[in-house]
Structure formats: C-alpha cells, structure tokens
Design a protein around this ligand. Sequence first.
Ligand code: KMT
Ligand code: NI
Length: 178
Amino acid sequence: MRAYYFDNVPGDQRLPHDYVPSRPVAPHVLKALNVLSWTIPVEGYEDSVNAIAKERGYKNRDTIDVSKEGMGEIYESKIKGFFEEHMHEDEEIRYILSGSGFFDVRETPTDAWIRLAVEPGDLIVLPAGIYHRFTLDEANRIKALRLFQDEPKWIPHNRSSDTDVNPHRIGYLKEIGV
Ligand code: KMT
Ligand code: NI
C-alpha cells in the first residue's frame, strides 16, 4: 500500500491526485492516526487473515464487489456515497482480493487528506471515528473482504457538526491524543 498526501486539485476523484513531486506519508504518521495495515499475499491468505481476525475479534465477514457489473443499478449511488466524507462507530476493515482503489483518511489536526492506494493483499483497518472516504481508481473495479466485529453493518455518518461531537469521534481524538 502506498500512502501519500492528496493534492486537492479539483477533477476526477479516480485519478491518483499525487503531488508532483509526490509527498509520501511515513508509516509513523499512519500509526499516530491509529490506521493499521498489513500486506498478506492473496494466494493462501486465509490462515494469516483468520489469525488477525481472531486476535482482533472480527467475527463476521462478507465480500464486496465494487464494479458496475458487481453492483448493478445501485452502482452510481454507492460510488457517490463512498466518496462522501464520513465516519463509522466501528472499525472499517478491508482486505483487498483483486482490483485497486483509494481510501482517503483525514490527518488530524491538519485536516489534510492522506490517500492510501490499495491493491491485492492489502489489509487495512480504519479506526472508529476517523473521517475517511473511498473511490475506485481508473481501473474501475475492486473486490474486498469486509470484516466486522459484530453484525455486518455499515452506517456512514457524513461529516457535520453532529459527527464532530459523536462519542466515537471524541473517543478517537482522545486515543490519538489530539
Ligand atoms: C467502504 O466502506 O467505503 C467500502 O466498502 C468501499 C469499498 S471496499 C474496497
Ligand atoms: Ni467508511
């Protein structure tokens, strides 16, 4: 997984939006935001992913196919929703099986976007309360395993003055010491 600062240039969200020259984000910066990542080769990934799932209490999982073919008529609205800046009250855990895409996470306190370019074998954990969004890249497809601590639920809370005072948001800021 490559991590770099998003260039904020208006235009197609599926483009890399990498500064020239690129502004890479060091692993310790992601660590300070409580963003976790592993690389686990897709061939024979099960044991390693199962071990992490067991250790972290991820009891449920499903797969998601984000592509026109995979989503049908809800594709356009889903793509739009994924890219709205939001938070969840649970961790967002994704293991990329095929394809690629970008998860953008907000750095705090700068509010800069950090772009995580994910590809097959990347396992990422976005902590509860972090502001983030997702987009496909120009290849237009990704398949991922979604892991959940409890029931497969996925409630996005779009960023607003309400989410700024959400207990999970406050808890996240406390955890990262901001
Ligand atoms: C999400 O929650 O934003 C998604 O599931 C996006 C697709 S998973 C690669
Ligand atoms: Ni999300």
